[in-house]
Each structure stands twice: as structure tokens, then as C-alpha cells.
Ligand binder design. Structure first.
Ligand code: ADP
Ligand code: GLC
Length: 488
């Protein structure tokens, strides 16, 4: 099949979170030679883009007439590393040449509407006839409506069907309805949800939910959760209506990038046969974080966007109490909302031999934390899939998680009596829950003479033997593609 994959971030070019990882790994797996698909990616050419030095100009000028505005874009192409998949970078410095990938600027709607318009113009200019246009999250959720309205005349798209993957329903792209003309869709107003329009709003994600031929989300549990009011963020009723075409497909992980045997970002490689390298990474992690190394003291790692979603509100009381009473260390990497940054900075000041807070975005540090920690904490309020718990399992780093979304589909509470389970899980999102899971982890870790390394090792092995490769997941996407694409 011909697949046009459109996303607001694609690693290594641009990444703020898991979408960037998935938007690289899924197309890479789909494009594997044995599958025979022609996959192409479209993303913005941000001002700060990595690894795109060799990009070649492929389309000099596309002029988009959007309402009264004319937006001119050009298109560069690079290959997705390790593949021949072309990545078309939409160049428009006026829109994308900013500090961050996402902004709070007044024209955020336009920045991403232009991405969708440009993606379809690129197909026209290159004569690429997609069987599937695969959109991701609100930033590209206008694609289905564009194909049904502004591009409906073009026979190039007569066989094109759309799939929208929801990576996070918490971000919907909801704007004042006045922006419809700025994004060139004034004439399509009747296609937007009429009640919302009367209230003066348009919602990019909702338009995608209504018009995409199929919807997917990134874990089976999240697919069920978002159909209920607690997790649907106002869109659950629409999702229930479309439940026959909504599929939960667990994300995979890029097993070349996240593999302790091959990882060139960590000082010591290791495998489940010999965890000696892991202990050396622990030493290296603590040295680089400025903390003392004591083999018997477990290190808990955190690598995260510091956002409400991630559940760190539970940590304000629970972590100081734990750090006071237990021999445990914490290494945190992440940036985001000031109140969480302040929480971890304050912990590092108060417990200087136990806590290190690294306030930046750094892939090498993320790898070292995965490799060098004993446990990994993800107390997320909600988690559509979550990648770090899978990376942790792969690295023999035992995850401690709230049972939600993809965390519920990948981590099972360890039962010492049967030796089954790969982590520690709490059911209820409250401080008692978090305390329970941390307590259970520290108990199995043990102290002094009570430490039972064999049990801990069994727990690590249960995780390290899990399979999360995209090769297995990609067949589920192919099934969805075949279901919607006529004649396939
Ligand atoms: P989300 O997409 O909601 O942020 P995921 O667990 O799916 O959550 O993916 C997060 C990705 O972003 C992982 O690859 C993680 O390593 C990475 N990441 C998050 N914060 C940082 C950071 N400060 N430095 C490096 N990588 C980070
Ligand atoms: C989102 C979700 C995360 C998921 C990622 C990739 O950012 O928050 O849970 O793993 O997308 O699908």
C-alpha cells in the first residue's frame, strides 16, 4: 500500500515525547522490505531540527490560499535513518521557525492546519496516490475533513482512506470558531460539529474522530478508557459512537534504539545473561548525578515530561517521607510545569546524597537512567501507552506504575509466591496507592541480610524477556489499513 504518514514530531528530527518515537518507529517497521509498502512521512521543518543537514529541496513553492491569507511553503526531503523512507519537511519559517515545537502563540491552529494542507499538496505535486493517509493527534486531525471537502475533486485521492491515531486525547486543538476562515475551511463549516460551532468553538481532534475511516489508539486499555466520561475529556460519546472502528494497538519500542546489548549511549552494555554491565552503569549514573554509590541502595529513575498527566502530584508528600525513612536514591530527568520542576529541585536540595534532578531534555541521560536505575517510577494519572515502562522492562529496571492505559497492558504486579509479574502496580490514583507500590518494591528489594537477590533477579528477568517489537504490532495496523482501503 501507499501510506502517507503525517505527524507533528518524528525522531530524531524533532521530539518532545513518545509521539516522536512512534512516528519514526511505526513507519520504519511498515516500510520493511518484506511488507512491500511505500511509506512517506510529512512533518514540519522546525527551526531547531536535528539530523536534517543533507535535506534536499524537492518542491520549490506551494502557495496555499487560506481564507484571505496566502501561505507559501517549500518542501525538503531527507531519509528516515536506517530506511529509504522519505521524510518531507514542510519549510515555512514564518510558522515553524520558533523556539519550540508546540507554542502558545496566537496562530497555533494555522501552524498545524498548514501541515495538513501541505501534506496533500505534496501528494499532488509528486503524483503520490495514497491508499492510506495516517494522521496522528489533533495537529493532523484535519486531514480527513480536508480529503472530504477541499481535495474531494481530485481523483488522485479517490481511493484514499484515513486512519487517525489518538496518542493523547488530553490535547484536542480546540479553537475559537473564527479561525475557520484562517485555515481555509470557512466553506466546510457545515462539516464541523454543529453544537460546538454554535458555541463558537472548533475542535481539530473531534473533526478527525468524526471523519476518519478508522481510529486507533495506542493501547487496548486506553481504547476502552476514552469511551468513558472519566477519560474521554468530553469526547467519550463520539468515541462510543465510533467504537466499531476504534482499535487499541499497543505501541512497540524501537529495539535497535532501546536495547541494552547494543545501546551506544550507555557506557557499559549488558544482557539478561550477565547484568554486570548494569551495575557499572548504576555507578556511572550516580557519579554523573553527583550521588554516592552504595550497591545495596536502590536507585529509582524518572524520565518524563513534567505535566499534570504524569501524576507527580502524588509525590509531594510521599517522596519526602520515603526518602526520610528508607535508604533509597532518586534520579529525575525532565522539564515541564514549574511546580513539578520545583518539587524535584527542592528534593535534591533537601536530600543531597539521595536525590539528583536534571532539568533538561537529553537522550543520552535518558538512556543512562534506564540502564543505571534499579526501578523506574511512572505514577501517571492517565497514560495512553507510555514507552518508558517498556524501555525499563527491556533494561532490567523494574517499573512502578499506576494501573492505567498502556501501563495496565504492559506491567503486572509481582507476586513473590508464584514468581510472576514484572513490576509493581497500584490500582487507585491516590497517595496510599503510590505508597503501597513503592513499599512493595522496596520490600522485594530488601535490606541488609534480608536482601533476596535471586527474587529480584527473577523479577528483572520477567521484564527483560518481554517482547515489544514493532514487527509484531505492525500487522495490526496493516489489518486496519486493509479493513478501510477499498480493494485491498
Ligand atoms: P509521553 O509521550 O506522554 O511524553 P512516553 O512514555 O510515551 O510519554 O514517551 C516519552 C518519551 O520522551 C520517551 O522516549 C522518553 O525517554 C522521552 N523523554 C521525556 N522526557 C525526556 C527528557 N527530559 N529527556 C530525554 N527524553 C525524554
Ligand atoms: C502520547 C502519550 C503516551 C504515548 C505516546 C506515543 O504522548 O502520552 O502515553 O506513549 O503518545 O503513542
Amino acid at each position: 500500500m501507499n501510506v502517507l504518514f503525517v505527524a507533528s514530531e518524528v525522531a530524531p528530527f524533532a521530539k518532545t515525547g513518545g509521539l516522536g518515537d512512534v512516528a519514526a518507529a511505526l513507519p520504519r517497521a511498515l516500510a520493511a522490505q518484506k511488507r512491500g509498502h511505500d511509506v512517506r512521512i510529512v512533518m514540519p521543518m522546525y527551526g531547531r531540527i536535528k539530523g536534517a543537514d543533507g535535506a534536499e529541496l524537492v518542491i520549490r513553492e506551494i502557495s496555499l490560499e487560506l481564507g484571505g491569507n496566502r501561505v507559501i511553503v517549500s518542501v525538503y526531503a531527507v531519509e528516515l535513518p536506517g530506511t529509504e523512507v522519505p521524510v518531507y519537511l514542510v519549510h515555512c519559517p514564518g510558522l515553524y521557525g520558533r523556539q519550540g515545537i508546540y507554542t502558545q502563540d496566537h496562530d497555533e491552529h494555522l501552524r498545524f492546519a498548514v501541515l495538513s494542507w501541505a501534506a496533500l499538496h505534496i501528494c499532488q505535486r509528486l503524483g503520490f496516490r495514497p491508499d492510506i493517509v495516517h494522521a496522528n493527534d489533533w495537529q493532523t486531525a484535519l486531514l480527513p475533513i480536508l480529503l472530504r471537502t477541499a481535495f474531494a475533486w481530485d481523483r488522485l485521492f479517490s481511493q484514499t482512506r484515513t486512519v487517525l491515531t489518538i496518542h493523547n486525547i488530553g490535547h484536542q486543538g480546540s479553537f475559537d470558531a473564527k479561525v475557520l476562515s484562517d485555515i481555509g475551511l470557512a466553506a466546510s463549516a457545515q462539516h464541523f460539529h454543529q453544537d460546538q460551532l454554535r458555541e463558537g468553538r472548533i475542535n481539530f481532534m473531534l473533526s478527525g474522530l468524526l471523519y476518519a475511516n478508522a481510529l486507533t489508539t495506542v493501547s487496548p486499555t486506553y481504547a476502552r478508557e476514552i469511551q468513558r466520561p472519566e477519560h474521554g475529556v468530553g469526547l467519550d460519546a463520539f468515541l462510543r459512537e465510533r467504537s466499531s472502528v476504534l482499535f487499541g494497538i499497543l505501541n512497540g519500542i524501537d529495539e535497535d534504539e532501546w536495547n541494552p546489548q547494543l545501546d551506544d549511549k550507555i557506557p557499559h552494555r549488558y544482557s539478561s545473561d550477565d547484568l554486570g554491565g548494569k551495575e557499572l552503569n548504576k555507578k556511572a549514573l550516580l557519579a554523573s548525578a553527583g550521588l554516592p554509590y552504595v550497591p545495596e541502595v536502590p536507585v529509582i529513575g524518572i524520565v518524563s515530561r513534567l505535566a499534570w498527566q504524569k501524576g507527580f502530584d502524588l509525590c509531594f508528600d510521599v517522596l519526602p517521607a520515603m526518602l526520610r525513612h528508607r535508604a533509597v536514591q532518586l534520579v529525575v530527568l525532565g522539564t515541564g510545569e514549574p511546580k513539578y520542576e520545583q518539587l524535584f529541585a527542592a528534593l535534591a536540595r533537601r536530600f543531597p546524597r539521595q536525590v539528583a534532578y536534571i532539568s533538561k531534555f537529553s537522550e543520552p541521560v535518558a538512556h543512562l537512567i534506564e540502564a543505571g536505575s534499579d526501578m523506574f517510577l511512572m505514577p501517571s494519572r492517565y497514560e495512553p501507552c507510555g514507552l518508558n515502562q517498556m524501555y525499563s522492562l527491556r533494561y532490567g529496571t523494574v517499573p512502578i506504575v499506576h494501573r492505567t492505559g498502556g501501563l495496565a497492558d504492559t506491567v503486572w504486579h509481582f507476586d513473590r509466591s508464584t514468581g510472576r509479574g514484572n513490576g509493581f502496580v497500584f490500582e487507585h490514583f491516590d497517595e496510599g496507592g503510590l505508597r503501597f507500590a513503592l513499599g512493595a518494591a522496596l520490600k522485594v528489594w530488601g535490606t541488609g541480610a534480608g536482601a533476596d537477590r535471586a527474587t529480584w533477579r527473577k523479577l528483572q528477568m520477567n521484564g527483560m524477556q518481554s517482547h515489544f517489537s514493532w514487527d509484531e504490532r505492525v500487522a495490526a495496523y496493516e489489518m486496519v489499513y486493509r479493513m478501510v482501503a477499498p480493494g485491498r
